[in-house]
Design a protein around this ligand. Sequence first.
Ligand code: HEM
Length: 201
Amino acid sequence: MDKVLIWDAPVRIGHWLLVGAFALAWVTSESESLRLVHAAAGGAVIGVILFRLLWGIIGTHHARFASFVRGPGAALCYLKGLATGRAPHTTGHNPAGAIAIVALLALGLATGATGWLIYNDLGGHWVEELHEGLAQAMLAVALVHVAGVAIGSLVHRENLVRAMLNGMKRGLPGEAIAGARPLMAGGLFVWAMVCGWWLAV
Ligand code: HEM
């Protein structure tokens, strides 16, 4: 199999924007003076995820949820395969990774929404507790996700982080997407910045 274009630019830009915005929100979470930065980072997280949900329906083949989200049975089967060294290589996301991805998107949205409530003095102390719990759960899933990426890279002898940077993975020519959609990625970047600014001020 050759290296073919699998991840379009919106998936890649969205991923690294999400990583950056989540990290920024995390490190500013305890600071009173950096509340505005924290809220803007949270707004960007919401913006990226809302875009990703839409892109999961109208995006390129491997970005679509229908192409990679499978049930827990398929995820278990893949994990068993990993344990026995017989996990099949997937051109897009593998079924276990897909579960972490869906969880990260859901947790990111819920963390952002509860943060917005707190920022606007809506809801009580329990919303603050919930916000903190959701953020911690998201960090835990993100760590499992990064470990999964490392294991997947080793088992399949494929640098998955590089693939999330340049979009290229091992695959058949027929599995390649037609184009990277860079304009859409530019639109996503602007949209995420607008969401950050809009929700923070
Ligand atoms: C520096 C740490 C991270 C690295 C190296 C990393 C790497 C990757 C890689 C290689 C993939 C593709 C996996 C595959 O081939 O199936 C991926 C997907 C994904 N990652 Fe990460 N990740 C990191 C942190 C995070 C964090 C912190 C989040 C959430 C806050 C996150 C959310 C996601 C999501 C949502 C996807 C799916 C991308 C899409 O289809 O749009 N990642 N990540």
